[in-house]
Design a protein. Structure first.
Length: 204
């Protein structure tokens, strides 16, 4: 995947967490009754520009949320990418689908940081015993174009809405996480977001 595609993929993530402890906070609005969505028809929507990553995340959400009574449908099956930027079109398609609720994911923040490809430090090693030994190990490689690169640090959120009446039932945000493999990250955060919702009783 190209660098540009990876950046678009990051914005696609409505993903939540690399592990349950990655959540910095979750929120239940006062009086919100999460039981209202159990056994109902839900839609999974991942907001972003990369179609492949959107499909991956929505498939994972739909598969993990759906059970014997609750059914979750990936939005890409009826909502093309070209309409995602048009709220009126999205609203019309979702209403036509007769969904009781929506599980949505998006990237909340993204920061690109410098990443130095340095070796582990062992001061007792032979290389550290002399200047030229150290220089061969760490000095000269610093001028290699591959020595310094960038890494993406992202924070994502997941939201659960009841659609009629339209109101927030649950929200969660992760701490910033370093992302190396976008596709793997997408699957993982989608899986872990559902696990967190089950842990808090939003889903069974």
């Amino acid at each position: 995947m190209s660098s540009l595609a990876q950046r678009h993929a990051l914005w696609t993530l409505a993903a939540l967490t690399a592990c349950s402890s990655a959540f910095t906070n979750t929120y239940h609005p006062p009086g919100a009754d999460v039981d209202t969505l159990r056994g109902k028809r839900l839609v999974a929507i991942v907001v972003g520009r990369n179609s492949a990553v959107r499909r991956t995340a929505e498939d994972v959400l739909a598969q993990r949320i759906s059970d014997g009574s609750t059914k979750c449908v990936p939005s890409y099956t009826f909502l093309p990418d070209s309409l995602l930027g048009n709220p009126d079109s999205v609203k019309a398609r979702v209403r036509q689908g007769g969904f009781a609720g929506a599980v949505v994911m998006r990237l909340k923040s993204r920061e690109e940081k410098e990443k130095v490809q340095s070796n582990p430090t062992y001061y007792t090693s032979a290389e550290y015993g002399s200047f030229w030994g150290w220089y061969n190990l760490a000095g000269a490689p610093a001028y290699d174009p591959a020595y310094v690169g960038t890494e993406n640090v992202v924070s994502v959120e997941t939201l659960v809405y009841q659609l009629n009446p339209d109101k927030l039932l649950w929200a969660g945000t992760t701490k910033p996480m370093t992302v190396d493999r976008v596709n793997d990250f997408t699957r993982q955060v989608a899986q872990e977001s559902v696990d967190q919702m089950r842990k808090e009783g939003v889903l069974k």
